[in-house]
Ligand binder design. Structure first.
Ligand code: GTP
Ligand code: MG
Length: 194
């Protein structure tokens, strides 16, 4: 399955490109790329960039596709699914766990659903750490056309399967950790050293 790493955001809360921010001597996104690439069921990895940052991200040595929509993560998922079924992860999730990715892909492949998305007991979804079918692109297309850019809304409207994450090993749940602000870097360093 294709691994699609979303990287077309503007990092407004971070004040400067968070994905290329160097941490431990490497760009933040390189951790995400390396980890998703090492999942057994991931055959190929692409970066879904914006027209703005595609050039800079190309230097990482991965295939880069440009998301021309600039409407947020829903546009990134839409662009990724133009290439086929995909496991989509946000580039700012450097602690993603390859074994968890494999489990989700397995569940997705066995489900015949349009997508398979992690869900917390309170109903909160993790749409940027999920497996999507190429067929789900049609759902997204309609919602985007109607001006509704909520990825969660699109997921809830469709026939998808959910994976309850509450009982997963805590290391796997840490995989949802994402960097939004500079202060999150401290949390990242604390977690990486554990
Ligand atoms: N391809 C693509 N990726 C996006 C888009 N918007 C956000 N992303 C990515 O999705 C992930 C999660 O988004 P956010 O945490 O909101 O990141 P962001 O939009 O860069 O940051 P903020 O400007 O602070 O919201 C990040 O890896 C972003 O790069 C988009 O319009 N297209
Ligand atoms: Mg954003």
């Amino acid at each position: 399955m294709l691994g699609a790493v979303l990287a077309g955001g503007r990092s407004k809360r971070f004040w400067g490109d968070k994905l290329l921010f160097r941490i431990g001597g490497r760009p933040l996104i390189s951790y995400t790329l390396e980890r998703i690439e090492s999942a057994s069921l991931i055959e190929e990895v692409v970066i879904v960039a914006s027209a703005d940052n595609a050039g800079r991200l190309r230097s990482l040595g991965y295939e880069v596709v440009v998301d021309e929509l600039s409407i947020g993560p829903i546009g990134g998922v839409y662009t990724a699914l133009g290439l086929g079924d995909a496991f989509v992860v946000a580039g700012d999730m450097p602690l993603i766990v390859p074994e968890f990715v494999d489990l989700m892909i397995q569940k997705f492949l066995g489900s015949e659903k349009l997508a398979c998305v992690p869900r917390w007991t309170n109903g909160y979804l993790e749409p940027l750490h999920a497996a999507y079918s190429k067929a789900f692109r049609r759902v997204l297309e309609e919602r985007i056309r109607s001006g509704d850019y909520s990825l969660n809304g699109a997921i809830r409207s469709a026939d998808v399967c959910y994976l309850n994450v509450e009982k997963l090993p805590s290391l796997w749940k840490e995989g949802f950790f994402n960097v939004n602000r500079r202060s999150d870097l401290r949390k990242l360093l604390e977690r990486k050293s554990e």
